[in-house]
Design a protein around this ligand. Structure first.
Ligand code: ACO
Length: 371
């Protein structure tokens, strides 16, 4: 038995949800370019869960169900106040809050298909509320209740900032949610599938996935990108900063990908949004530094930017705290995790690979008194 490091190139599941072939990303056969230009996040959620685009009535029904379930139990809000709130990372808070949410869902362990769809709605609807409420409570503010006339993008920004978002902010948020919704067998999705393949429940699968997304080699990279841009501070300092990092064999966050070799098709949309939004906010330096970083890095290494690179300056421009960037990713990706969890349940088999043993050979046991 020979291990493949990081399971590179291993095909570990079949899936109809999304595919990456020749650097083209599709959700259920629809090119991400078309979906980003034309579909709302709610349409994408429906597509991922039902494997078809909704008609008008189906979309309206889904939107209604989502807004109807956006409020979170008071117990979850109260539990935030028991966290070491000024020290805890919002991804750790989100991971714990989603697990707590499961405690208050009487259907958490009901595994039939209808119950799983009901839980899917509840989880998707409540994730933005959890992130926004946590953010407000740690800032000493009261949580803002969701509005029934708002979609997820609108409600998330509204609950986070406590004011009506502008049309351009909503458009950027909605597109970012579409772009992050699913991505084949990425690390967090694989984690979710491994978890529920034991026939564990959806809350456990999503909690496990949040833990995997948190790391800086995966979803946590977007926060690290903004940290890097802030450390660089101005365009003229970017070249030296990147060359020094490369000299020290450090990774540049927001670049590289296990699957894409030519480029991540999502990055161009976020790049355009970054340009547009940083112009509006009067902070063009974040886009300009990003561009310089890309130019310097790609002149040294064939590493195109991934989804996390330009999303950093986009989220910053939307007034989102930097340590909330990865939770925002989770607000979107939960739609994909759920799609994969539902798919796993449909045709389940325990996921249990083998390990190549590299420890000592057979040894003779010595009793404790002889050691
Ligand atoms: N900066 C500098 N060098 C890099 C980078 C980078 N961002 N990414 C890869 N490399 C180099 C590695 O040092 C390695 O070089 P070597 O062969 O000379 O040692 C080579 O490219 C291969 O890198 P691996 O880490 O083995 O590639 P892997 O496929 O395992 O990792 C990953 C992919 C984790 C995305 C990697 O490119 C990385 O760490 N990027 C930075 C973190 C990041 O942006 N993560 C978000 C990814 S998108 C997402 O998950 C949402």
């Amino acid at each position: 038995m020979t291990a493949t490091r990081g399971l590179e190139g291993i095909v570990a599941a079949t899936s109809s949800v999304s595919s990456i072939i020749d650097d083209t990303l599709t959700y259920v056969g629809y090119n991400i370019d078309d979906l980003t230009k034309n579909a709302s996040f709610e349409e994408v959620i429906y597509l991922l869960w039902h494997l078809e685009l909704p008609n008008k009535a189906q979309l309206q029904d889904l939107k209604q169900q989502l807004v109807d379930h956006m409020e979170i139990p008071q117990e979850v809000i109260d539990s935030f106040k028991t966290y070491p709130i000024d020290k805890v990372h919002p991804m750790a808070a989100l991971r714990t809050a989603v697990s707590t949410l499961g405690l208050f869902d009487e259907e958490a362990d009901v595994m039939d298909k209808e119950a799983n769809f009901r839980k899917a709605i509840r989880l998707q609807a409540k994730m933005p509320t959890i992130v926004a409420a946590f953010s407000r409570i740690r800032n000493g503010e009261d949580p803002v209740a969701p509005r029934k006339d708002y979609n997820i993008a609108e409600n998330f920004l509204y609950m986070l900032n406590g004011k009506e978002p502008s049309a351009i902010e909503v458009e950027a948020m909605d597109k970012a949610l579409v772009l992050h919704a699913d991505h084949e067998l990425n690390a967090s999705t694989f984690t979710a599938r491994v978890c529920v393949a034991t026939l564990s429940d959806m809350y456990s699968g999503v909690t496990a996935a949040i833990g995997a997304l948190k790391g800086p080699l995966h979803g946590g990279a977007n926060e690290q990108v903004m940290k890097m841009l802030t450390e660089i501070g101005s365009v003229d300092k970017a070249e030296k900063y990147i060359l020094d990092k490369l000299e020290n064999k450090e990774k540049i966050m927001g670049f590289g990908h296990r699957v894409y070799k030519k480029g991540d098709p999502r990055a161009k949309f976020l790049r355009d949004m970054s340009k547009k939004l940083t112009d509006i906010t009067g902070e063009p330096q974040w886009y300009e530094i990003s561009e310089k970083v890309r130019e310097v890095l790609t002149s040294k290494k064939p590493l195109p930017p991934n989804v996390d690179f330009y999303s950093a300056s986009v989220y910053h421009s939307l007034g989102i705290d930097h340590d909330l960037f990865t939770p925002v990713f989770a607000v979107s990706r939960v739609s994909g995790w759920i799609a994969h969890i539902l798919e796993q349940y449909e045709n389940n088999r325990l996921i249990r690979p083998r390990a190549e043993y590299t420890g000592p050979g057979m040894r003779v046991f010595k009793p404790l008194e002889d050691r």
